[in-house]
Design a binder for this molecule. Structure first.
Ligand code: SAM
Ligand code: SF4
Ligand code: SF4
Length: 374
């Protein structure tokens, strides 16, 4: 088979990426994986630690005081993260999302944000730079994040009812402080703000309507509430299908009180299906990772806290980029490695969920969400 030249966004590294016979180039003309999906979005986990113990992510019984979180020396430094991010950008990444664990727990995160905000696409455009947080430290940090160059923010919030919220974060954290954090984020101009609610049937599904009402009335179109189906990530949350409330039911329940109309996706690879309130009261989104998988458009890579590259939320293994960074490899060599890993990607766990083929490594332990970055 003839060799194929893989076009890259930044041709400095084009020669360095191994040419793999028969591998696809994405329809964008950029680096593509085996299913033709481009590399567009990088999620960076900046810490594996969290001050919450949401039962669907870091259940208290497992993540107790004996749990061994990563030592400081294992974490990628801000310089290492920025260097890698630059190489991903050279391969076509245009969107960076900082996550964790709880990203606002990482000391001096503003410095990292400033470094990432200075990156440019090969065409000279700034990146879409955002962050997902549980909101607990947002009131204190929103201004500094904005000043450092963060553009927008996503806040996770599973209930408005204080008793349910405290039970779900499992550290007795009051909902009022997260709501104050959202107000502050809006005040400093971190927007548009998204609020993510993971829906667990029987735990917080009766909070769907109060949440919809609150964000419509309080913020009009300025905060987009998104409902996420409870997923079987990791190996510790005891996931059961009967606790998943399908997004179609979320839409039905909201539409019964506030008529909804479907909207087009805002970008290719967008995970949320968008709906708008027919009366002009803004929009909502639903992320149906379980009942309507969207793997065919999945253009996201994930960089773990210690520098492993993961190609899927449900992966068992990552590719160790920290070893390359600390092993003296130059940018072209690391870019080549990233390119080769992406070209070999064929992950589509959610599409195959329930079939044997979904999880060829099912004897092994899956990575946890707080480590890989949600
Ligand atoms: N700590 C931050 C937060 O909670 O926003 C960022 C990291 S958290 C892992 C990222 C997102 O993953 C959150 O919106 C969280 O609700 C979501 N998440 C965690 N476990 C999940 C699960 N089992 N199913 C669906 N979403 C989940
Ligand atoms: Fe922490 Fe976010 Fe996981 Fe909750 S979902 S335990 S806030 S990392
Ligand atoms: Fe992407 Fe994996 Fe989720 Fe499919 S299951 S959408 S490939 S992260």
């Amino acid at each position: 088979m003839g060799e194929k030249i893989i076009p890259l966004a930044d041709h400095r590294y084009a020669a360095a990426v191994p040419t793999v016979p028969g591998r696809l180039v994405a329809p964008t003309g950029l680096l593509g994986d085996r299913l033709g999906r481009p590399l567009h979005d990088l999620r960076i986990s900046v810490t594996d630690r969290c001050n919450f113990r949401c039962s669907y992510c870091m259940p208290k019984e497992v993540f107790d005081k004996h749990y061994a979180f990563l030592p400081q020396t294992s974490l990628l430094s801000f310089e290492e993260i920025t260097r890698l991010a630059g190489l991903f950008v050279a391969h076509g990444v245009e969107k960076l999302r900082l996550t964790g664990g709880e990203p606002l727990l990482r000391k001096n995160l503003e410095a990292l944000i400033a470094m990432l905000a200075a990156l440019r696409t090969p065409g000279g455009r700034p990146l879409d730079l955002t962050l997902t947080t549980n909101g607990s430290l947002l009131q204190r940090k929103a201004q500094a994040l904005k000043d450092a160059g963060l553009q927008r923010i996503t806040v996770s919030l599973d209930a408005l009812d204080d008793t349910i919220f405290r039970r779900m974060n499992d550290v007795d954290f009051p909902v009022g402080e997260v709501l104050d954090g959202i107000e502050e984020a809006r005040r400093v101009g971190l927007g548009p703000i998204k609020v993510n609610m993971v829906v667990k049937r029987g735990t917080n599904d009766h909070e769907i309507l109060p949440m919809a009402r609150h964000f419509r009335e309080r913020f009009g179109g300025q905060v987009v509430l998104r409902f996420i189906e409870y997923m079987d990530v990791g190996a510790t949350n005891g996931w059961r299908m009967n606790e998943v409330l399908p997004s179609a039911e979320v839409v039905q329940r909201i539409a019964a009180e506030f008529p909804l109309e479907p909207l087009e996706a805002s970008a290719p690879g967008e995970t949320a299906q968008r709906w708008r309130y027919a009366d002009g009261g803004g929009e909502i989104g639903v992320i149906s990772s379980v009942t309507q998988a969207f793997c065919r458009d999945c253009n996201r890579a994930r960089l773990s806290t210690e520098g492993k590259l993961f190609l899927c939320l449900f992966a068992h293994h990552g590719h160790d980029l920290r070893a390359l960074l600390r092993g003296g490899y130059d940018d072209a060599q690391i870019a080549a490695a990233i390119g080769a890993v992406w070209q070999a990607r064929d992950d589509r766990y959610s599409e195959l969920r329930g079939q044997q083929a979904a999880d060829p490594g099912s004897g092994q332990r899956r990575v946890e969400m707080h480590y890989i970055g949600g």
